[in-house]
Each structure stands twice: as C-alpha cells, then as structure tokens.
Design a protein around this ligand. Structure first.
Ligand code: ZN
Length: 154
C-alpha cells in the first residue's frame, strides 16, 4: 500500500466516523431522498439555495462507510458553490468513480477513486451525488439506484 492510498483510507474512515454537515440546515429549502438497495444505503440531502448558489448543505441517513464518507466529502466540496459548479463537480466525480480517469481538480474527493475497481461500490460512492442532483432539480421521486448501470444517471 502506498502512502497516498493510506492517507485516502484514513480520510474515508474519518469522514464515515465523523460526517461533516450531518443534519438538516435550518434554512434548507430543497430536499431529496436517495436509496441504494444493493447495499442498504439511504440518505436525505438538504440544500439551502439562494439565487443560483448553494449557501448551506446537510445530510441525514445511514449506510456503509463508502456511502457516508462520500456524502460527507460531497457536502464539504459543494457548500458555497453555484448550481453549475456543483453539477460539473458531480459529473467529474461520476467519471472518476466509473473509471474514466483521475482528476486532480477533485482534491480530497480523489480518496474515492479506488471504488472504480469495485463496481458494486460505485453506487455507494455516487448515491449522495445523484441525490444532490435530485435536490437541485427539486425532484419528488426518490433516487433509487437499483438497476442503474454502474450508478449512472438515474
Ligand atoms: Zn454502500
């Protein structure tokens, strides 16, 4: 194991044990539910959107270490971003976890690049991001990753 992958392993464990932005922000005005039945991961993502900007984000729910750390890292990454920036980040993250290549611009999110080798884990890692997109779109249907290819766009 390289030092870098150990560092990433620590980051994933840290975020799954002490998730950031856990809970509903008081000024939340968007919400979406996400469910990955293959693993049992289930999260609610809350957003406070003002104009075009995500001013606050939070999540609740439970699941495996990969899904929880991914949700936590996502909230850190998209807080304060515009909708377009958050959607671009979601796309780059999806490309990374489906093995389309490394992306230095993803910073800490690169900790989850390793899931590309484990197709079953790709959905765990991408669940929070699909749920974020659903919240941005104010979709009423919950996100359900059952049957989607490699956690692709629902
Ligand atoms: Zn999972």
């Amino acid at each position: 194991m390289t030092d870098l992958s150990e560092l990433y392993q620590d980051l994933i464990l840290d975020h799954s044990r002490s998730p950031r932005h856990f809970g509903k922000p008081p000024d939340a005005n968007r919400v979406a539910l996400g469910h990955n039945p293959l693993c049992g991961d289930r999260y609610t993502v809350y957003l406070a959107v003002e104009g075009d900007r995500i001013t606050a984000i939070g999540f609740e729910g439970q699941g495996c270490a990969i899904s929880k750390s991914s949700a936590s890292l996502m909230t850190d990454a998209v807080q304060g971003k515009t909708r377009a920036e958050a959607e671009a980040l979601a796309q780059r993250f999806q490309d990374m976890v489906t093995g389309k290549g490394k992306d230095e611009s993803l910073g800490k999110l690169q900790a989850l690049a390793g899931v590309a080798q484990y197709p079953i884990r790709v959905k765990c890692a991408s669940l929070a991001w699909h749920t974020l997109r659903a919240a941005l779109d104010s979709r009423k249907e919950p996100v359900n990753l059952e049957g989607t290819e490699g956690g692709g766009s629902p």
